[in-house]
Design a protein around this ligand. Structure first.
Ligand code: ZN
Ligand code: ZN
Ligand code: FE
Length: 762
């Protein structure tokens, strides 16, 4: 029997070669009809024999293109149309529906082969792409995803490119960013005065300059990077000085896997993550004698490594290798301190000129900034540290909420900010926006929210923000709520962390979890600084079951930058002497000791992040920090491989309402007086925390009957601790939730705020 059906397909189905794929399938099956894009995805009308139609539908799902992600297929029967062929029809625009947008995607193997083939017309062309690879999110201005609605609109296709674009059998059929050296974007070099440099070979010239120790601003896919040779200490030190970034680790872009293995240890799981379609920065254990500048990640045992992900980056790293250097570049975000990554040539030339010696520019405009993503690999899974390029704006599914749920906009916290816009079943997480501490980052938040709301045809009618009264993100949300005349839900910081972890696991929120939220900073309901919290939480609310006994955080942010002060406060709270032999005591001036002793200008804190800092200071790992988490990361690096022996022990009170670090500090200072090696003390401290989590969880399980534990908050970026805690908890029968889709740090906060607001809006 002959039938006609309309298929409506949603998901990531635009910009991924879906229409040509449908076209090919339909032609092969001898079906007639058409396929096209609209704002909700792809529509298909097919007509033919019933059995053939069924096979066609099955193959749509089972053979979909690599970048496609089908969410739903709706099927409706139609009267016969009677055409004689199958064709691709122009895009249609509707209203009030949304489609998903593909993240930018790593150069595919076919395009890489052509890039290196001297006989190919795109040999060494830095903007080669096809329907399976290339820029998407960063160049899309509007949907449907068609060339005129991208920053490629200014490059009319030449005859050869147009022929590929129109040929259903070609890999570039309807590849919107399709381009070649004749018709597409170009690269050029400019000096710091902005003058274009005439050179025979751009790539050889850049490599030569890098070889002289120069720093090059490189325009990529989601913004500028600052690049220099990773082997060259003088260049790396200069880059740090110019960027005023003393210690924070610098990411590396490394040409290929053999070079990665030359500088870092790479397990099979990690190799899979490094080469995954997102090509994130992956934290890997540094090899002892890696021939790298020690200034790349001072004090750290891990390196942040990524592979080249655009043709431009491949050409750059190829040239570095051809010039005889180890093909590994420092590739750090091109921005001024604490400001968003720069995306425009003009801004780069005015703002980055003091930082660099040369500009590698191009004229494919970047519409959305998108920093590199950072991940760790843990037990074969992704532990996101920063979810951005390659992941955003792919949503976190929210299976628990209906399509018609009112859209919520949650604006995150302060550090590592992202926002979350919900569209019923989806939580659209923005790319990494930066630390929400200045007007530039705040402006980026406002712009990106406007872009998302337009792109996804969704206007939030409920807003959510952190309870901290001084956060700029909260103030912005308050203004928006007033301007839009919609409710604003204020969410406690650690409640949001726990909810974000529940949401990424698709929990419906009917059963509470024991949320162990170990974090740096978060505004507590009592006005103090929380961060060592055990919450009995669901989406509606929470109960603070237990927390780390507080110490005075003397001088607020100053104490955060000087962990030795926190060490002194912890010693004092534990009734222990400030022995002059302790490194943390030596680091403090007499005046500072007085300030801590008298608890001047202090606020109580239960922060576990600060306890890690204090322990690092106390045993002499580090006394001051220049970026968040620095001391704790070094402590973790030291402890790795030293867990499992006898640990220190926290004190847990009778009702398990507080736990105290005082006994830990007493045992630790005793070890310190015996000149115990640092790694042993670091290991014993980690063991103590793992033990604490397990003991406390069991006590609270007896009180509450809850058997599911959620490990969240910035402290859980520590995989050494995570591994130990999960082992202990699962051994005693807990169901343990850990992060895989959004970061445990504040980069994941907005998701939790959103689902809490979805359950609590007025
Ligand atoms: Zn390709
Ligand atoms: Zn062309
Ligand atoms: Fe936090």
């Amino acid at each position: 029997m002959r039938k006609r059906q309309r298929l409506t397909i949603t998901g990531v189905v635009q910009g991924v070669g879906f229409r040509p794929f449908v076209f090919g399938l339909a032609q092969e099956a001898g079906l007639v009809g058409f396929v096209g894009n609209d704002d909700s995805g792809v529509f298909v009308e097919v007509e033919g024999n019933t059995a053939v139609l069924t096979t066609f539908r099955d193959r749509l799902i089972s053979e979909a293109p690599p970048l496609a992600h089908i969410e739903t297929i709706q099927v409706a029967d139609l009267p016969l149309g009677g055409e004689s062929a199958f064709r691709i029809v122009p895009s249609e625009r509707h209203t009030a529906v949304h489609t998903l947008i593909s993240p930018d995607t790593v150069l595919c193997a076919d395009c890489l082969r052509e890039l290196r083939d001297p006989h190919d017309r795109r040999y060494r062309y830095p903007f080669i792409n096809c329907t399976h690879c290339g820029p998407r999110f960063t160049i899309i201005q509007d949907v449907p995803y068609d060339r005129p609605q991208t920053t490629m609109s200014q490059f009319p296709l030449c005859a050869a490119c147009q022929a590929e674009y129109d040929d259903p059998t070609n890999r570039r059929f309807h590849a919107q960013p399709n381009a070649c050296p004749v018709c597409g974007p170009q690269v050029w070099l400019a000096n710091v005065q902005g003058e274009v440099l005439e050179v025979a070979d751009v790539w050889a010239e850049v490599a030569a300059r890098l070889g002289q120790g120069q720093i090059v601003a490189v325009k990529g896919i989601g913004g500028f990077h600052l690049a220099c040779l990773a082997v060259m200490d003088t260049a790396v030190v200069t880059l740090r000085q110019r960027k005023n970034r003393p210690d924070k680790p610098l990411a590396l872009m490394v040409r290929d896997l053999p070079t990665v293995r030359h500088i870092a240890q790479l397990a099979p799981d990690e190799e899979a993550l490094l080469t995954s379609s997102a090509h994130p920065i992956l934290l890997l254990p540094k090899k002892e004698n890696a021939p790298l500048s020690p200034a790349i990640a001072p004090g750290q045992t891990v390196l942040g490594v990524m592979l080249p992900y655009t043709p431009l980056h491949h050409l750059l790293l190829d040239a570095v290798q051809a010039a005889g250097h180890l093909p590994a570049l420092v590739m750090t975000s091109g921005n001024r301190a604490n400001e968003p990554i720069i995306i425009h040539n003009e801004a780069a030339q005015s703002e980055l000129a003091p930082l660099v010696d040369l500009f590698l520019l191009h004229n494919r405009d970047i519409y959305q900034p998108c920093d590199d993503s950072v991940v760790r690999s843990w037990r074969g899974e992704t532990l996101p540290i920063r979810r951005s390029r390659g992941y955003a704006p792919f949503p976190v599914p929210l299976p628990i909420f209906g399509e018609n749920h009112p859209p919520v906009l949650a604006v995150g916290g302060e550090l590592k900010a992202t926002f979350c816009l919900t569209t019923g079943r989806h939580a659209l997480m923005s790319q990494h926006l930066g630390d929400m501490e200045n007007v530039e980052t705040l402006a980026l938040l406002a712009q990106t929210v406007a872009h998302f709301e337009h792109l996804f045809r969704t206007t939030a009618v409920v807003l959510a923000a952190d309870k901290h009264p001084a956060y700029l993100s909260r103030r912005w949300a308050e203004q928006q709520a007033t301007a839009r005349n919609v409710p604003l839900v204020l969410v406690q910081h650690h409640h949001a962390h726990v909810a974000s972890l529940m949401a990424e696991h698709g929990l419906d929120g009917t059963e509470p979890v024991l949320g162990f939220c170990f974090d740096g900073t978060g505004y507590g309901d009592d006005g103090t600084v929380w961060g060592g919290e055990v919450l009995l939480a669901d989406y509606r609310g929470y109960e603070r079951l237990s927390h780390l006994a507080t110490i005075p955080l003397v001088g607020g942010d100053t104490a955060v930058r000087r962990p030795y002060r926190i060490a002194l406060a912890h010693l004092q709270a534990a009734g222990l002497d400030w022995d002059k032999r302790y490194p943390a005591v030596q680091a403090a001036s007499e005046l500072e000791r007085q300030i801590v002793r008298q608890q001047i200008n202090s606020v109580p804190t239960s922060s576990m992040g600060r306890l890690f800092d204090a322990v690092a200071a106390l045993i002499g790992v580090r006394q001051t920090v220049t970026f968040e988490g620095q001391a704790a990361m070094e402590l973790e690096g030291m402890a790795a491989g030293y867990l499992g022996q006898e640990g220190y022990a926290f004190g847990i009170d009778e009702q398990a309402q507080t736990f105290s670090a005082a006994p830990v500090l007493a045992q630790l200072t005793a070890d310190l007086q015996k000149n115990t090696p640092l790694p042993i003390m670091a290991g014993k401290f980690h063991t103590a925390v793992g033990n604490l989590v397990c003991d406390l969880a069991q006590k609270l399980r007896r009180q509450t009957g809850v058997k599911r534990v959620a490990l969240t908050g910035g402290v859980w970026q520590n995989v050494t601790l995570l591994d130990d805690a999960v082992n202990r908890l699962t051994a005693v029968g807990f169901d343990v939730l850990t992060h895989r889709l959004v970061p445990p740090n504040d980069g994941g906060l907005a998701l939790g705020q959103a689902v809490i607001a979805m359950n609590n809006e007025q």
